[in-house]
Design a protein around this ligand. Structure first.
Ligand SMILES: Nc1ncnc2c1ncn2[C@@H]1O[C@H](COP(=O)(O)OP(=O)(O)OP(=O)(O)O)[C@@H](O)[C@H]1O
Length: 319
């Protein structure tokens, strides 16, 4: 699906010359009881119009703080943020950027349709109510009170509200947080269809899979800095491919097995916990063959790299 989006957008997407978003040497320091806390520690980022970018990082990496600055909800301590060449607050006022945020914002006593209609009136977009509800798959919930909607349904409603001004840049902060797997898939299906129409999308996520499934480009952030920025497929390669785990047999020295595994070509790391060995590298087949064959290991598992693994590889590489 990632390739399909890339291909279709390469053919029909808008020109990429104009930056939708530019962050230049952006820092944000909070004063806390323990002293100053640098949540964003010098981020440079340029997102071209029509790009789909994942902002990937663990808890506390600085994603939400960065997004707040993109939306004019927070002001950088130093550096500059612009959206389509404008101050973010001007871009928000002009309806050029809108967001689905993690926190709050919905009135519980209104129905879904009342909510959409009220916000549409603010944007002068009453004629878009039906289309937007259809697009985000909430037409069937029109008469339901917001307080009776599930977490996933509320996220879809927030998505509908964000689409009302027909923004050129859509910013999503953990849009699928709290959704179950099927709701998550449904959300991304809707999102993909929308992105194909040429909107620029930047979304924050903890999930490497979400970046892989949806974003052409991933910006990995940690401790307020950009650790890696490039095509999502490349990031996956950089993280060393898959992790092969297996239990080594009793009665044989584990150190010799580890040494043999380390001799395999293109192995990124070999880690032991008790007799359980974890081999990371792009050639999972070779590791699996050696483990199950000569090394006599059992209980083999092969897993895609997790964000934690990716993060450790990249922070290790960066330090
Ligand atoms: N208003 C604030 N005052 C003090 N510290 C803050 C404030 N907002 C964020 N922080 C701190 O700044 C750091 C970055 O937080 P931020 O919410 O941007 O990270 P995040 O990547 O979005 O994390 P998460 O994935 O948990 O949402 C954290 O250490 C957080 O505790």
């Amino acid at each position: 699906m990632e390739t399909t989006i890339q291909q279709q957008r390469a053919q029909s997407g808008p020109g990429r010359a104009e930056p939708a978003l530019a962050m230049e040497a952006v820092r944000k320091t909070f004063r806390t009881a323990q002293g100053p806390l640098e949540a964003v520690a010098g981020i440079d980022l340029r997102v071209g119009a029509g790009e789909i970018v994942a902002f990937l990082g663990p808890n506390g990496a600085g994603k939400t703080t960065s997004i707040d600055m993109m939306l004019g909800l927070a002001v950088p301590t130093s550096g500059r943020v612009s959206v389509f060449g404008k101050d973010p607050r001007e871009a928000v006022a002009a309806g050029e950027v809108s967001a689905v945020l993690q926190t709050g914002g919905l009135l519980r006593d209104l129905t879904v349709r009342e909510t959409v209609t009220a916000i549409a009136a603010l944007h002068g977009a009453k004629d878009r109510v039906d289309a937007v509800m259809e697009r985000t798959d909430i037409s069937g919930l029109a008469k339901r009170k917001v307080s009776k909607c599930s977490g996933g349904e509320q996220q879809r409603l927030k998505f509908a509200l964000a689409l009302l001004p027909d923004p050129r840049l859509l910013v999503l902060d953990e849009p699928t947080a709290g959704m179950d797997v099927s709701a998550r898939h449904a959300f991304w299906d809707t999102m993909r269809a929308d992105a194909l129409e040429g909107r620029t999308v930047l979304f924050a996520t903890h999930y490497l899979e979400e970046a892989q499934d949806f974003a052409e480009r991933t910006v990995l952030i940690g401790a307020g800095k950009v650790l890696a920025d490039g095509p999502t497929a490349k990031l996956r390669e950089m993280t060393g491919g898959r992790v092969v785990s297996a239990t080594l047999p009793e009665g044989r020295p584990v150190a010799a097995a580890v040494a043999e595994l380390e001799l395999l070509e293109r192995v990124a790391s070999v880690r032991l916990s008790g007799r359980r060995v974890h081999v990371t590298g792009p050639d999972s087949d070779a590791a699996a063959r050696l483990l199950l064959g000569p090394l006599g290991a059992t209980d083999l598992e092969i897993a895609a790299p997790t964000l934690d693994a990716a993060f450790m590889e990249l922070t290790g590489a960066a330090s």
